[in-house]
Design a protein around this ligand. Sequence first.
Ligand code: GLN
Length: 486
Amino acid sequence: MSIIEKTAKEQTQALLNKEISAKELLDETYKRIEQVEPKVQSYNCLTKDLAYETAKKVDEKISKGEQLPTLAGIPLALKDNMVIKDYPTTASSKILENFVSPYDATVVKKLKANLIPIVGKANMDEFAMGSSTENSATKVTKNPWDLNKVPGGSSGGSASSVSALEATVSLGSDTGGSIRLPASFCGIVGLKPTYGKVSRYGLMAFASSLDQIGPMGRSVEDVAALLEVICGYDKMDSTSINLEVPKYTQALGKDIKGTKIGIIKELMGEGVQPEVQESISNALKEYEKMGAEIIEISIPHVKYTIGTYYIIATAEASSNLARYDGVRYGYRHKDAKSLIEMYMKTRAEGFGDEVKRRIMLGTYALSSGYYDAYYKKAQQIRTLIKEDFDKAFEKVDFMISPTCPTTAFELNSKTADPLSMYLMDICTITANMAGVPAMSLPCGFDKQNMPIGLQIVGPVLSEEKMLNLAYNFEQAVNIHKQPQLV
Ligand code: GLN
């Protein structure tokens, strides 16, 4: 097994044993990127200088025999909506094509403090709006398991890079499933933390009441380790939770006997691909064998989640994206005769279709005559969904569902029909609406050898136990496989 196929934990061991240096590990990673990137296209840009600078510090520490911080030297892909000082961040939008950030996002500060080399900025749907990464203005990322299929979105590059061994771990952002869906489509692990657990300072805002940054990796343990690095209170984010960060990695491997797992009945019926259904049922049997109790539960308002989400998310987006006006950031139309014309042409030329669709929808939902009918109603339903969750968590410790009703779909098969794309989010959105943590982990393959994702949803701040539940499954059902790209 080559070094880049190993998990972060194993790579760390290799660094400590001096089997390889941090520089050599980066060399291997960039070699792989050179090899497979023409096919997969995970990255908007590479950040080699930064990565090698970091690796050098790691090697110095190792040679001096100093202790390494968590994940030091482990190659990481960063979604291109988190800013790094003096490097470009585009959110895969034309409107930000020349934008260079004057500061570091809080998560980037934490990565730097832990000496984690950022190998590049990963492609995504423009401003994180989408489920396939096809809404990117820069390139079309492919699914490493089948290059004719989408990697999922919006953190498609963060997922494909880890799956294609172009990075060992990555960070994504999740507003309505954008970490979990691509994790599921690419056969890796991805976690959306409790709202407020990870600082959003330096994350380009999409829908601020839903957005969360989270870790992605090839094992539960790697994801737990990266979560430990990025969590924590930040005074720069007013929604940041001021609680100590648990040692997530130390919570792994505990017995789960007696854990009550709810299976969400509304998400297991109609519209779910039979192989997905079967895989989830098998996972539940595994959990039963481990001594968990399986209980069928209902989230009655699930049927309203997509409609509600696409009102709230677009309303917040229409407000958040008002800042891209050609004055302060990135692209500006050159020949306008008035300020208003400059705003209009800049936005018309700079934003892609999906972003414009959402700005229009959101502005409409917030406009004075329609606010009560749409935005206010959506917020009321959001409360009902949250109450459904509260009630469910009186009966069970965790809930399970598919991460997505299907496996990855063909490129271009849904781009002409935005509603069919929105339906991909049915299983993931509720966790963002309720602010609770949720994760996706591989649980099987369909007949075409495409990965299937199992979603676990837990109550607020249950990440430790949730990761342990996932870890137990991962250890019991060893389905580690790699896509064969070269
Ligand atoms: N697919 C959803 C959307 O397009 C989720 C996006 C996200 O989580 N960033 O809004």
